[in-house]
Design a protein around this ligand. Structure first.
Ligand code: PMP
Length: 388
């Protein structure tokens, strides 16, 4: 028996309709999109449109043409960062970011883009007023993760959005750890760009994501990839119409079918229901971890503004060894190390040793959480702690 607690990396299992839709595409549809007028080609076009509409409903964006289908969240973030920032610009981010944001920013820094990080507290949350203090006349973008993939802390994005809106600075949100199970209000929060992966909380396949853009941001953003779009084929110039401007090349069609089925599942189930389930499982796990000696939680103990990502530092032992034991002896599947987010571990005080990360998902049961907690207790007790 295995207990899959690595949903923050990728959700598993998926709703059965996801694989069914992908199989239908591969075995019955088969056609490309925007490139033919026969029935199956229209089926792909319609599915892509329904996916955009579903994502817009989910994230409260009113224009499906501004929902770009990407090759994943990392791709979406790169498209927004590299297509927007220019030498001489200044960008603000947080001290909790994933390398999907930090590595492009480091590359851009070599080309003359400056950036600063707003520091976060020991639970990984920033004070929006600190952001205000770091704004410069040339600050051209604020980018941050909605929730940390290390500690689970959720940032106050409505407050950050308000500050950005008042200053006329676009806000790019990385919703890798919240899309699908947390409320995201693109227009209400005044976002300029929102990047999401298909394969985590949205419960779709990997290799597909979405980048939603405001009309103002889309109007200035430069596409970092250009090529065939199936539209305006008389011209060698990239079309300006949306979403074609940002969608060159034949897309991930099995992914589009799978993600459409996944988004339908999310909309039918309801974000509130998904969130409540995540909260129940998180609450149970945190309660079971309380009082366990020789472990330290990296992230908040309380449920308020936190997701179901629970990171544990096994104080007396190597975390990789603890994760190995959890798998070998108890079948508990976790992810250990630095989770592609060294900055977040520095903020939470778990660099360089990292943590063992437990992340339940929609299909995790209370029995599995109890079994994982028992495994943590036994693993923690195997060796004396650093203090003892
Ligand atoms: N940002 C955060 C906060 C993440 O957790 C992840 C995935 N671990 C990413 C970005 C990158 O997403 P993907 O690997 O799906 O492109």
């Amino acid at each position: 028996m295995s207990v899959y607690l690595d949903n923050a990396a990728t959700s598993f299992p998926k709703p059965p309709a996801v694989a069914q839709a992908m199989l239908r595409y591969m075995t019955e549809v088969g056609a490309s999109v925007n490139r033919g007028a026969y029935a199956s080609a229209l089926d792909t076009g319609m599915t892509a449109l329904l996916l955009r509409e579903g994502l817009c409903r989910l994230f409260r964006h009113s224009d499906p043409t501004h929902c770009i289908l990407t090759g994943g969240n990392t791709m979406g973030l790169n498209m927004a960062l590299r297509g927007w920032l220019r030498p001489g610009d200044h960008c603000l981010t947080s001290g909790m970011e994933h390398n999907a944001v930090m590595r492009p920013l480091r590359d851009l820094a070599e080309q003359g883009v400056a950036f600063d990080r707003v520091s976060c507290d020991a639970e990984g949350r920033l004070d929006p007023l600190d952001l205000l203090r770091l704004i410069r006349p040339n600050t051209r973008l604020v980018v941050m993760a909605h929730a940390s993939n290390v500690g689970g802390g959720v940032q106050d994005i409505p407050a950050v959005g308000k500050i950005c809106r008042e200053r006329g600075i676009p806000l790019l949100l990385d919703a890798a750890q919240t899309a699908g199970h947390w409320e995201i209000d693109f227009e209400g929060w005044g976002l300029s760009a929102l990047s999401v992966p298909g394969h985590k909380g949205l419960m779709g396949p990997s290799g597909i994501g979405a980048l939603l853009l405001s009309p103002e941001f889309a109007g200035t953003l430069v596409p970092i990839v250009t090529g065939g779009t199936g539209s305006a084929s008389d011209s060698e110039r990239q079309p300006t119409c949306m979403p074609d401007r940002f969608e060159s090349g034949t897309p991930n069609l099995p992914g589009i079918y799978g993600l459409r089925a996944a988004v339908d599942f999310i909309l039918e189930t309801g974000v509130e229901t998904l969130r409540r389930r995540e909260e129940e499982l998180t609450s149970q796990f945190l309660a079971e971890l309380r009082g366990v000696p020789d472990i330290r939680l990296a992230g908040p103990w309380t449920l308020e503004n936190r997701t179901g990502v629970i990171s544990v530092d096994f104080s007396g032992q190597d975390n990789a060894e603890a994760a190995f034991r959890l798998e070998q002896d108890y079948g508990v599947l976790t992810r250990c190390g630095l989770h592609c987010a060294p900055a977040a571990h520095k903020t939470l005080g778990t660099f360089p040793q990292g943590t063992v990360r437990f992340s339940p998902g929609w299909y995790t049961t209370a029995e599995e959480i109890a079994a994982a907690a028992a495994a943590v207790r036994e693993t923690a007790g195997l060796v004396p702690g650093r203090s003892g």
